[in-house]
Write a protein that binds this ligand. Structure first.
Ligand code: ADP
Length: 570
């Protein structure tokens, strides 16, 4: 047996543990040194074929070992050539820059000193033995002895040259694109100036001529010149707008604005054309919709301008009506507004209703000369709507007018937020599509409503809303008062606030149900609450309420409600 310093049990244990490395070697003929040699070479083989560059240094940054990739990088053929090198030596062999040597040394020493790993550091590039420049992403971790002292550092570096090359190419492409875009913008700005300056001169002079000329035919010529110039200018402006829309990011700011005033300003703008054509023009503004809002004023203005402009252009007789109403409440104190631009004009064939939103699409080609335009108004509308999260649809029949419906989100102002805590509601069962106001007019008498509400503003708001819908409203400012005035058959509907000063709304409802006991009709009691608590809904319904609405009550909801309760019964 070979001489060995280790106890035989220990060799037995090693032989057992590393059987997969040592194989079937004869226990009697293997020394402990041989065993260790076998084990070390086994692990060196594993490390040698590891991906990336793996190396380990002692605490003075002297090379101890590395994998095959590191050897290849230096052009070494054996590990011995790497062993014993410090960073300066490595730099000399590898032709590293002084900056690279300094950076490697600094980062390695930091790990030795702190005992904390330094991960994913992008290193200065170094050349490979085959001539390629390589960028590495390196992680360095400390090596500890059994007492916890740092005895060296293990480094693993991965080649990120390809990633860096792609990044650089992307950066270059981006810079090139930006330069081209800038050059394009500059070209358009120059061209715009160069075209508009003479064009403005032509228009200005043509206009002057129409006033100064005496001869009728010459005046006609000047007018034609003027109109042609204006058309050209309009077309040119539209093209510029499309260019700007497509090259910019269309970041339209939200701002406080008065929607009613915005609509009035558009009406004023079109007044002369409307008058000339003898059209009726109406704006029907939902009472429930506040005038002061926060939203994309500029976008909304531009969209309406284009749609109303088209309505005027394509309508020869009849009317243009703009309906504006609150379509539905949204989360975060936002509401969805519905605009409907209804005209009695030439209409749009069904199969063309989609393509009219495409760029430069005109159903009457320009060479026919009937309607002027450039076919980009609706494209601009669509672009603006995308930017402000709105949508549009069109309903039209050739010869029977068109309706463009817009859905645009806006925000309520701060004061409205305080007085109008929530716009959520329970759903009204869909029973009838009819307009409740018309039904009210058709009934023999107004619907009598008892409004139980203590808040003066809410009283005023709800009673004016219901009165405007032909209802007769009586207000009780507390539950006790409601019980006092209530008689079975006296009212058709009760709106009951839940949070009343004395008796709560649900308690009042319970007593009212008892009071009408034996009466042939059951009065609908609608709970109005400022609190959103779905769990309470069951409780309110159990107390005798028929529906629960979150305050404030919108016109659309009131309409549906009245429609639901009174259409089939009266
Ligand atoms: P433009 O009005 O400048 O031609 P638009 O993009 O605004 O361009 O409209 C595209 C086409 O859609 C119009 O040329 C017209 O044929 C049709 N159109 C748009 N609005 C109406 C409307 N209210 N009534 C009838 N046709 C319309």
């Amino acid at each position: 047996m070979e001489a060995t310093n280790l106890p035989s049990q220990f060799i037995d244990a090693l032989m057992h543990q590393y059987q997969h490395i040592l194989g079937d070697q004869d226990r009697e003929h293997i020394s402990s040194d041989k065993i260790v040699e076998h084990i070390v070479s086994y692990y060196e083989d594993i490390i040698s074929c590891m991906p990336g560059n793996v190396y380990w240094l002692d605490k003075n940054c002297i090379g101890i070992g590395c994998n095959k990739n590191v050897l290849d990088m230096f052009g070494f053929t054996s590990l011995d050539e790497f062993k014993g090198l410090n960073f300066e030596n490595m730099g000399k062999v590898g032709d590293w820059t002084p900056e690279a040597i300094a950076a490697f040394k600094r980062d390695t020493m930091e790990v030795v000193k702190t005992g904390i790993p330094k991960l994913n550091i992008e290193e200065p590039p170094i050349p490979h033995h085959d001539g390629r420049m390589i960028y590495f992403l390196t992680s360095r971790v400390p090596l500890f002895d059994h007492t916890g002292n740092v005895i060296g550092v293990v480094g693993i570096s991965f080649d990120i040259t390809e990633l860096k090359t792609t990044q650089a190419a992307l950066k270059q492409a981006k810079e090139q694109a930006e330069a081209i875009s800038l050059a394009k913008s500059e070209f358009v700005a120059n061209m715009s100036h160069d075209v508009k300056t003479p064009l403005s001169g032509i228009i200005g002079l043509a206009e002057l001529l129409t006033f100064q000329l005496k001869d009728k035919q010459n005046i006609e010529f000047a007018n034609t010149l003027l109109n042609s110039g204006r058309q050209l200018l309009h077309f040119f402006d539209n093209c510029l707008e499309v260019f700007n829309l497509e090259s910019g990011d269309m970041d339209i700011e939200t701002e406080p604005f008065n929607l009613k005033m915005l609509l009035e300003s558009i009406r004023e703008l079109f007044q002369p054309a409307i008058k000339t054509k003898g059209l009726a023009f109406n704006i029907v503004y939902d009472n429930e919709l506040p005038h002061d809002l926060i939203g994309h004023r500029a976008g909304i203005y531009r969209i309406l301008l284009n749609l109303i402009g088209n309505a005027v252009k394509f309508t020869h007789a009849g009317s243009i009506v703009i309906h504006v109403d609150l379509e539905k409440p949204l989360a975060d104190n936002k509401i969805l507004i519905r605009f409907r631009v209804v005209d009695t004009g030439i209409g749009i064939p069904k199969n063309k209703q989609k393509i009219i939103f495409e760029r430069f699409t005109r159903l009457t080609p320009s060479y026919k000369g009937i309607y002027d335009g450039s076919g980009i108004g609706l494209y601009i509308v669509q672009r603006f709507l995308n930017a402000i999260h709105g949508s549009i649809e069109v309903e039209s029949e050739e010869g029977h007018g068109s309706t463009f419906t817009l859905h645009i989100p806006v925000e309520l102002t701060q004061t409205q937020k305080q007085s109008e805590p929530s716009y959520m509601q329970t759903a009204i069962p869909a029973q009838s599509q009819n307009n409740a106001e018309k039904i009210m007019q058709a009934t023999e008498r107004a619907v009598k409503i008892l409004l139980v509400e203590d808040n003066l503003t809410a009283q005023l708001m709800q009673s004016s809303l219901l009165t405007s819908m032909n209802c007769q409203v009586e207000v009780a400012d507390c539950g006790e008062k409601a019980l006092e005035v209530f008689e079975p058959g006296k009212y058709d509907l009760i709106f009951m606030d839940i949070g009343l000063p004395g008796m709560q709304g649900d308690a009042v409802a319970k007593i009212l149900r008892k009071m009408e006991h034996g009466s042939p009709t059951r009065i609908p009691i609608i709970a109005l609450t400022a609190h959103i608590n779905e769990n309470m809904n069951k409780h309110y319904l159990a107390s005798g309420m028929d529906m629960i609405f979150h305050k404030p009550l919108f016109r659309e909801q009131a309409k549906q409600l009245l429609d639901y309760y009174f259409y089939s019964t009266k």
